[in-house]
Design a binder for this molecule. Structure first.
Ligand SMILES: [Zn+2]
Length: 313
């Protein structure tokens, strides 16, 4: 692995990559405060992916490195709407030491699902600052980041068959990007960093970039997996359909942007950006305006999405 890391760095230099950016479906709804590799639009993605494939030989790493990206947390490369069959994902395999470990001990303070009108994309588990946080499955570390306005100190690990786990709000990270790590290995310490009120672990489980409910694979009370194999189906992601609808509002008598923003839990600034208007623009009765765009297809930086992603954490 050490040699691979060196090769990885050398290859990046040779290819002139200051960046690691992948597929056009990439959605970055959390701003990266300390990207390990800065973004550039000019990257030759195909060449880069080939390079990654070589460095992480699947026969050795056993991990799908499609859309491998060390700079962006959200790298969606899977369209759940195209799922027409159930995908069987083996989670553990004792023959090759692929086991499961609960990331930490603690009770759930907030489950995956709707929360205060927004969507919470993970499971929050109560931990104290400094508590040990362990990797759930064997994997390859894709992200180490300090997302000060979001996940805080965060680790994302890619596992076999496209699953990823994300560990947010850590006080300290103890692994490096591109590290191969085992289930049970300590990846960091519990904390209260980023947009967090009270120390806890925000745990996400994702398939090819799309989060689904961690409780679909983990029985948190029994500290074990529900099943050795996950049968993943479209319904695991059905919540996204509603979440990604563009929401409109038709102007009525007496409306003002402040009231509309409050009603849809967004901001006047965001509505203005979405519709190309100013906060002082007079809106005619009957005009249809966009009040929210789908969260995951926005481009980072052109952010009208902060409001709709606040509950990710
Ligand atoms: Zn959370």
């Amino acid at each position: 692995m050490h040699i691979k890391k060196i090769l990885f760095t050398i290859s990046l230099s040779l290819l002139g990559f200051t960046t690691l950016i992948h597929g056009s479906k990439t959605a970055e709804s959390q701003e990266s405060t300390e990207p390990l590799l800065a973004a550039s639009e000019d990257t030759d993605e195909q060449a880069f992916q080939e390079n990654v494939n070589q460095l992480f030989d699947p026969s050795i790493a056993g991990i799908d490195t499609t859309s491998w990206n060390n700079g962006k947390i959200n790298t969606v490369w899977f369209d759940y709407r195209t799922m027409d069959t159930t995908i069987a994902i083996p989670l553990v395999d004792s023959s090759c030491s692929r086991v499961f470990t609960l990331p930490c001990n603690g009770y759930i303070t907030s489950p995956f699902g709707p929360r205060n009108g927004f969507w919470h994309f993970g499971t929050d588990i109560k931990v104290k600052v400094g508590d040990t946080i362990r990797c759930v499955f064997n994997g390859l570390v894709r992200i180490i980041q300090n997302d000060k306005r979001g996940y805080g100190k965060v680790v994302v690990v890619r596992h076999h068959n496209g699953l990823e786990t994300l560990y947010g709000h850590l006080s300290k990270t103890l692994v490096k990007t591109n590290d191969t790590i085992c289930s049970g290995e300590v990846i960091g310490l519990g904390g209260n960093t980023g947009r967090s009120t009270g120390s806890h672990l925000h745990l996400e489980v994702r398939y090819c970039g799309e989060p689904f409910n961690p409780a679909c694979i983990i029985d948190f009370e029994k500290a074990s997996l529900l099943n050795d194999t996950l049968l993943l189906a479209k319904n695991h992601f059905s919540y996204l359909t509603e979440l990604r609808k563009t929401i409109y509002h038709t102007i009525r008598k007496g409306d003002n942007l402040g009231a509309i923003a409050r009603r849809y839990r967004t901001s006047v600034r965001s509505i203005c950006a979405l519709n190309g208007i100013k906060s002082t623009t007079i809106l005619k009765i009957g005009r249809k305006i966009v009040v929210r765009k789908p969260a995951q297809i926005e481009i980072a930086g052109k952010s009208t999405i902060k409001d709709s992603t606040q509950s990710r954490l």
